[in-house]
Structure formats: structure tokens, C-alpha cells
Design a binder for this molecule. Structure first.
Ligand SMILES: O=C(O)CCC(=O)C(=O)O
Ligand SMILES: [Fe+2]
Length: 382
């Protein structure tokens, strides 16, 4: 934020005061706020955030289809859109999977809708190094040259859970300590257990769809599902003037998203896919299905064979809260000396490496300084 600017100074105080209230956006509504505070508002000159301009049928990959067919569907979706749904998870009845997903969504809703004192115990404006934290995560800067994000805060509260499975072993992960709030502990643990096997399956498919052995990427990067970020988008009196999540790509290999039936997620589709010059397109929820978003790490190691999809969340409703859970599958070994880059098997003379080797901390630092949108890999391009 620019120093010496009175407007920015006031905004900074307002943000600090909001965090000190420890009740999140939902807390504002509980205290009877009927107009949206300035720190959440997009500038009046900005174009409204909803409704979304176009409709599009996103692919649903049925995992019970023959393998070759599934691999081909995954390849087509990951390389053209960077986003797809999946159903019929291996080894789990679809009805059981739907129950596990729905229970996790209900548990997240229960956490965010419990009395304020119970949730504010977890509130932490600084998220680093805590196994479990509850907060409204400030909007990041979007692009180089944009020092502050507007609006400063999204219309969203999040419960962030760090899992640690000891370096990518196949045993299921446990949250660090018994720190999960009791109201959602069992359901979120069960959901995470379910997604641990599911994530391996998705990683294997994505690997095969690049023409690589199924275990290639997991062996190289020790993929693990963490953090789990459990979002709550309260209803808003002025939905078109707030943002649920600003446009961004995910800093993951891929992200698995579960959501309730309210909707609000949109992805940016280029030219021919969205119609015309490209645009924001609604991703309507599909009951019982999980959404896979390809992230920046997979874009790099696939040497741009896969797209990392840019997405955002609009607030659709002045009546209903929306719940979603994003589980980020990332390299377990993500220290200062753990480099990754385009996989050598994918490189040819005609298609040389498009990215330098980089580490996960470098990627995160670059995003912190220069933005989370489509440009978030620019600094690593060759
Ligand atoms: O809530 C959603 O639909 C998306 C959340 C998201 O994009 C994220 O957590 O990175
Ligand atoms: Fe995201």
C-alpha cells in the first residue's frame, strides 16, 4: 500500500479493525451491517462482476470408463481448458463419495455458522505456520505494477488446514496436531482421507495423458494434498460490487474443488472456447462431482501442454451463503533446494523447455510480489 496517502491509510486502519473483530465477513452480517464497508467494494468505475456473460458445458470425466478413454478425456480437458469434473471414483461407490463430499460441505458450513465466539478462537490475520487458521484472506495484488488490490478484502471467510503426510508417503495424512475445530473435525478428516487416494488417481491420469508412466509425476514430486481451504461466501446486500475471489491461477499441480449448489465460480476461456474474444464463464456445480483445476506447477512441468486455468468467484446471492472446499495438491518436497521444471521426456528440438527450473518458494515469492493472475509464471519463462 502506498505510504503517505490518506485514503490508503484509512483503508489500512479499517482492514486492521476488521481483523481485530475476529468474526469474519459473516460477523459483519451478524452484527447487523446492511451496507457493504468500503474495504470490500470494487471501485464504482469497475465493470460489475456478475452476471456472467456466457454458458459453457464443462467436461465430466467418468472414471469408470475404460482407461484409454478416460486418459484421452483428461488430456483434452487439461490441455484445452485446464478444468474438468470427475465422477465415479475408483473403489468407492458414487453414493458413498457423494455422502463424504456432502458431509464435508455441511461440516464447513457448521464451522462458519457456529456462534462467533467459537470460530473467532481460530481467527488469525497472519496465516503462516499455523496448522489451522480462520480468516478473511486479503486479496493479493494481481499484476506487476499493481501495488494494492482493490477491493482490499474479498467477501469470503476461510478455514485453512495444513496437512502434513511426512513427505508424500502413501499413508493418509493427519493435520498437524489435533487442532481441527471439533464441529468439522471428523468429516474433514474423512474427506481428506478420501481425497488422498483420489488425488493419486488424478495425478496418475494426468501423467499418462502426457504420455508418461502413471507414477512419473508423483515419483518426481511426492504429491500431497495440502492445504485444504474451506471457504464460506456469505450472502451480500450488494453482490455485484464485491468479489468472492479475485481472478487467479492456483499455485498447485492441481486443485480439487467441492462445492454446494449455490454456484459463483467462473473461469476465463480464451477466444473460441468462450465465444468471441474470450471471457468469464460460469462453472455450474455438478452434484456428486469434484472439479479439477490445473495449477501453475503442472503447467510448468508439462511445458505448457496443460493450461493453468484462471478463475474467480462472484457472489451470486443476497440470500444464500456458498460453501466450497479447495484441496491443493502440491509437491511435498518444496524447500529452497527442491527444483522442478519441464520434464525432460517432454522436450524435443521443436518444443524446447519454456520455463527455467524453479522451486516452490520462488513461485510463491514471485506471486506475492507480482500477482496471482495469468502472469504468475512470467518471471520463469525462457
Ligand atoms: O470457491 C471456489 O469456487 C474457488 C476457490 C479458489 O479458487 C481457491 O481457493 O483457490
Ligand atoms: Fe483457486
Amino acid at each position: 500500500m502506498a505510504a503517505g496517502n490518506d485514503d490508503d491509510y484509512d483503508a489500512a486502519s479499517a482492514v486492521a479493525e476488521f481483523h481485530e473483530s475476529r468474526g469474519g465477513v459473516h460477523g459483519l452480517l451478524e452484527s447487523g451491517v446492511t451496507t457493504v464497508p468500503l474495504i470490500f467494494l470494487t471501485p464504482p468505475t469497475a465493470s460489475p462482476w456478475s452476471p456472467s456473460p456466457a454458458a459453457f458445458a464443462f467436461p465430466v470425466v467418468d472414471l469408470s470408463l475404460p482407461r484409454a478413454h478416460t486418459v484421452e478425456l483428461v488430456r483434452a480437458a487439461a490441455s484445452s481448458l485446464g478444468v474438468f469434473y470427475v465422477t465415479n471414483y475408483h473403489g468407492v461407490q458414487q453414493t458413498t463419495a457423494t455422502t463424504i463430499i456432502d458431509s464435508a460441505i455441511s461440516a464447513v458450513r457448521a464451522f462458519h455458522e457456529q456462534p462467533r465466539a467459537a470460530r473467532s478462537a481460530f481467527y488469525s490475520a497472519s496465516l503462516s505456520a499455523r496448522p489451522v487458521a480462520y480468516a478473511t484472506i486479503p486479496n493479493p495484488a494481481l499484476r506487476p505494477g499493481q501495488p494494492a488490490a482493490h477491493p482490499l478484502l474479498p467477501w469470503r471467510d476461510s478455514l485453512i488446514v495444513q496437512f502434513n503426510d511426512g513427505g508424500g508417503s502413501s499413508s493418509s495424512a493427519q493435520p498437524a496436531g489435533d487442532d481441527l475445530p471439533q464441529v468439522c473435525r471428523d468429516d474433514l478428516l474423512e474427506y481428506h482421507r478420501f481425497l488422498t487416494g483420489f488425488g493419486k488417481e488424478i495425478m496418475a491420469l494426468l501423467s499418462e495423458a502426457l504420455g508418461l508412466p502413471a507414477e512419473r509425476i508423483d515419483q518426481a514430486l511426492q504429491v500431497q494434498g495440502s492445504p485444504m481451504v474451506c471457504h464460506y461466501y456469505p450472502p451480500c446486500p450488494e453482490p455485484a460490487r464485491v468479489v468472492g475471489a479475485r481472478e487467479h491461477t492456483d499455485a498447485s499441480l492441481f486443485t480439487v474443488l467441492a462445492e454446494d449448489r449455490v454456484g459463483g465460480l467462473q473461469v476465463w476461456l480464451d477466444d473460441d472456447k468462450g465465444g468471441g474474444d474470450g471471457g468469464w464463464v460460469d462453472v455450474p456445480p455438478v452434484t456428486g462431482a469434484l472439479l479439477i483445476n490445473i495449477g501453475d506447477v503442472l503447467k510448468v512441468i508439462s511445458n505448457d501442454e496443460y493450461k493453468s486455468v484462471e478463475h474467480r468467484v462472484v457472489i451470486n446471492s443476497s440470500q444464500e451463503a456458498r460453501v466450497s472446499i479447495a484441496l491443493f495438491f502440491r509437491p511435498a518436497n518444496c524447500g529452497e533446494s527442491d527444483f522442478f521444471g519441464p520434464l525432460p521426456e517432454l522436450l524435443t528440438e521443436g518444443r524446447p523447455a519454456r520455463y527455467k527450473n524453479l522451486t516452490f518458494p520462488q513461485l510463491m515469492n514471485y506471486r506475492r510480489e507480482l500477482g496471482h493472475a495469468r502472469s504468475s509464471l512470467d518471471g520463469f519463462k525462457i
